[in-house]
Write a protein that binds this ligand. Structure first.
Ligand code: ADP
Length: 367
């Protein structure tokens, strides 16, 4: 018998029957002795001491025993009936939510992530139901993000491909001259495509923990400064003051300088894109106990508190945040954070709120 419901009803029945049998034997063993003792202590005045009296006593004893048997039988029947009813009720109460949970997990396994179960009153079942609901919600979000990613990747691919297609067609039809300027437009778009490909492959490596590092001794100040300097032309074009303060304290660390520079470039690039013309982006390096800090602060659009933890998620972009500059793929911070994590460090963000600018801090352990 494998059904939990049947087992519950049976176990109730078994307890009731065992209870009844035990009671029967205990009562049958004790009751006559007690009855005799009671008769001896309080002899019926009408009952003589002779053999007639003994016969009467035996009759009373038999009647009493039969009354006890009948009462025990009625009690046992009531007990068994009650146990069966309670067992069935309990089996129903547990069986129903379990069946709902099974249905929901089956739906989720089939890709219907919106399936939810009502949370039952029983604590253990309620915990299980809540977990299944959380699982469904998490899978639904992952699926939504995956679909959005596909849309975004398709969109990111389409724009440069359309431009390349336009130029190449124009040149084939001799509507556009094959000049270095036109060819360099094509080359820019090809580079954009390659960057997207690199970002995507890096993301998958980072997520699988396969990001390769080639660590070597370097001064964090130099890595950070070099990376930020590369964005100076971009800052100047956007009318933003880029201040780089590497500081006087050496920050020696074992790092993969290229990867770390990539994280710095991403954070500074984000700061530049989030800052309107006339604003300021500042990079500072300092030492905090055994850690080297690279802090990038800006006077840009800022980040609402609720968005702060989310910006590190894959493909997450603060809705409507990119009023300044172009839109990224939402992968940069995810990759940067895993680069820092692989170095035993961290990447965190802080902002006093929308319109208040933001500060990103890269922490790397020093040697
Ligand atoms: P991308 O820059 O490619 O969109 P990121 O992962 O680098 O992706 O950033 C995720 C999101 O975090 C950005 O889309 C932006 O909304 C927000 N963000 C990042 N840096 C800043 C910043 N300095 N100020 C305001 N918002 C920022």
């Amino acid at each position: 018998m494998k059904s939990l419901s049947a087992r519950m009803v049976l176990s109730h029945l078994l307890v009731a029957v065992l209870g009844a049998v035990t009671t029967f034997f205990v009562v049958r063993a004790l009751a006559p002795a007690l009855f005799d003792a009671s008769l001896r202590g309080n002899p019926n005045p009408g009952m003589g001491r002779g053999s007639a009296g003994q016969g009467q006593g035996q009759m009373l004893r038999d009647q009493f025993a039969s009354a006890v048997d009948s009462s025990l039988l009625i009690g046992a029947l009531i007990g068994v009936a009650a146990a069966t009813i309670l067992g069935v009720l309990l089996a129903y109460r547990i069986g129903r939510p379990l069946a709902a949970l099974r249905r929901a997990t089956k739906d989720i396994a089939e890709g219907q992530y919106q399936a939810r179960v009502d949370v039952p009153k029983e604590i253990e079942l309620a915990g299980l139901a809540t977990d299944v609901n959380t699982l469904g919600a998490a899978l639904a979000e992952t699926e939504a993000r995956r679909l959005r990613l596909l849309g975004e990747v398709a969109h990111e691919l389409r724009t440069p491909l359309t431009v390349i297609d336009g130029y190449v067609e124009g040149m084939i039809d001799q509507v556009l001259p094959t000049t270095p300027a036109n060819l360099s437009q094509i080359s820019d778009e090809v580079r954009r495509l390659r960057r997207l490909g690199d970002d995507l492959s890096m993301l998958s490596k980072a997520e699988e923990g396969r990001l390769e590092l080639h660590p070597a001794r370097a001064d964090l100040r130099e890595v950070a400064e070099r990376a930020a300097q590369r964005l100076r032309p971009q800052a100047e074009d956007a009318g933003i003051t880029l201040v780089i303060e590497p500081g006087d304290v050496p920050l020696p660390a074992e790092v993969d300088a290229d990867r770390l520079a990539q994280a710095v470039t991403n954070v500074v690039g984000n700061a530049l894109r989030a800052t309107p013309s006339g604003g300021r982006v500042q990079l500072r390096c300092r030492r905090d106990a055994g850690t080297g800090l690279i802090e990038v602060s800006d006077t840009g659009v800022g980040i609402a508190e609720a968005e702060l933890p989310r910006i590190f998620e894959r493909f997450y972009r603060v809705p409507g945040s990119r009023s300044v500059g172009d839109t990224g793929s939402g992968i940069g911070l995810t990759i940067s954070r895993s680069i820092l994590a692989r170095h035993g460090g961290s990447l965190s963000a802080a902002s006093a709120g929308l319109g208040q600018g933001s500060t990103f801090t890269l922490r790397v352990p020093l040697v």
